[in-house]
Design a protein around this ligand. Structure first.
Ligand SMILES: Nc1ncnc2c1ncn2[C@@H]1O[C@H](COP(=O)(O)OP(=O)(O)OP(=O)(O)O)[C@@H](O)[C@H]1O
Ligand SMILES: O=C(O)[C@@H](O)C(=O)CO
Length: 423
């Protein structure tokens, strides 16, 4: 059996499929597990991604789960480890990026790692340590309104510095533009100065390739998914022949879209999709009043239309509507209520309405849906848009075609074009 080489720990489920899709597109066969498996891996793959739902847990729980994932990946033979967080660096002053990085560094007995959320293909770039999303500073990108992890500062040296025990410094774009040797020299200098984590600039994909090559001997890297594009090149002689990494079996069945993401990109995609498919809005306040009644209405609408193509069920709402729900119900309670609704709907669609092809938008939403469906893992297939692949499930009674869309990912027509890309 081929032993995996790269072991990733991802702090949410869509983030996990994102990093897995980058590894696949660069030629590594990749499997994603939902949580830490209780059994050993028995697939021939070059990379494994353990998907946690740890982004918004209390820091000590996120650390414990991440260390458990690390131990399992080490037991499967992985040689280099990758902590995947969001390209918008979603976290709070309490964590979890800093505390998890600290714990992984200690467990791997390493004094240095990099931190680079950049993904230029999705307009996430880091310049002089400042993170830009969609060409504007992070704190002006819409992320300042995120329901769970509002990001109000774009300076990552400062943001990470508040979360970690390590000294944090920068490898800037000028150094990255000079090439691998310049980056290696900078890493050596930072290490000698007692810096534990370097925020790395990257304003184009070449910077990520340079950084990945310069990191080839580090036991741990931490990043968004972009850095994964460059890692397979470090291992070229150990990968399968080109074109083999993203093959998926065909899955027939009814189609549905579930969205709990309130990001700007998802809201635009929903506007587009509503013009093409029957749709039903689940109002958070109505769910609080009559949970089962709202769900029954959504499922009735679905059953009426599913024979004719995809049906769209969504709770996604504008920042003002989300704020209204949060003020009435509490932030965590409103989120949990909507997630529970999406989970129950997904379960019913699959068990009672013949849905086998499912598109889910939102990281937390995807986590809730995947858990409700009993998905144990995903085989990663071709990407619909950068960072969002089709996958097929294992662990469910029958395999499903599933795509888990990170809130801010995908073009405006993502929800309509996805179906044509299934085998
Ligand atoms: N109308 C609403 N009112 C209040 N909360 C909502 C509403 N709709 C969705 N939510 C909650 O907002 C949160 C959205 O997070 P989620 O991770 O699913 O999407 P996202 O943040 O856009 O995606 P990602 O994490 O991939 O960037 C979820 O907890 C969801 O339940
Ligand atoms: O990196 C990203 O932006 C995504 O993979 C993600 O983690 C969103 O939840």
């Amino acid at each position: 059996m081929t032993m995996p080489i790269i072991g990733c720990i991802a702090d949410d489920f869509t983030g996990a499929t994102d990093v897995a899709s980058m590894l696949v597109s660069a030629g590594m066969r990749t499997l994603q597990t939902i949580g830490v498996p209780s059994t050993a891996l028995d697939d021939d793959v070059e990379a494994v991604v353990v998907a946690l739902k740890s982004r918004t847990l209390p820091a000590d729980e996120a650390v414990a789960q991440s260390l458990e994932a690390l131990a399992w990946l080490q037991a499967q033979g992985c040689e280099q480890f990758y902590f995947k967080y969001c390209s918008t660096f979603d976290s709070t002053p309490a964590g979890n990026i800093g505390p998890v990085t600290d714990a992984l560094m200690t467990a791997l007995d390493t004094d240095f790692t990099v931190a680079c959320p950049a993904l230029p293909a999705n307009q996430r770039t880091v310049y002089n340590g400042y993170l830009f999303a969609g060409g504007v500073p992070l704190n002006e990108s819409g992320m300042q309104d995120h329901p769970l992890t509002p990001m109000t500062d774009a300076n990552l040296v400062r943001v990470l510095g508040a979360q970690t025990h390590q000294r944090v410094d920068l490898i800037d774009y000028a150094t990255l533009s000079e090439g691998v040797e310049a980056v290696e020299a900078r890493i050596q200098a930072l290490r000698a100065a007692g810096v534990g984590i370097a925020i790395c600039d990257a304003i184009d994909t070449q910077h990520l390739h340079t950084l990945a090559h310069a990191c080839r001997h580090l036991p741990l890297v931490t990043a968004g998914s972009g850095l994964a594009l460059g890692l397979p090149a470090n291992l070229a002689d150990r990968l399968p022949a080109a074109g083999q990494a993203d093959a998926l079996p065909a899955i027939a069945g009814r189609e549905a879209i579930l969205s709990g993401s309130c990001s700007r990109a998802t809201l635009a995609q929903l506007e587009h999709a509503r013009d093409h498919y029957p749709s039903h809005y689940l109002d958070a306040l109505a769910l609080a009043d009559d949970f089962e009644g709202v769900i029954a209405a959504a499922l009735a609408l679905a059953e009426e239309h599913l024979d004719r193509g995809p049906v769209l069920l969504y709770a996604s709402a504008s920042p003002e509507d989300v704020r209204r729900a949060q003020e009435a119900l509490g932030v965590a309670e409103a989120g949990a209520l909507v997630e529970r609704a999406m989970a129950e709907i997904a379960q019913s669609l699959v068990e009672h309405h013949g849905v086998r092809r499912l598109l889910v938008a939102g990281g937390e939403t995807s986590g809730a849906v995947v858990n409700a469906l009993g998905v144990q893992g995903l085989r990663i297939g071709p990407s619909i848009d950068p960072g969002v692949p089709w996958t097929t499930t294992f662990g469910t009674p029958a395999p499903l075609a599933l795509t888990l869309k990170s809130g801010n990912f995908g073009a405006r027509d993502f929800m309509t074009k996805a179906w044509g890309m299934l085998p």
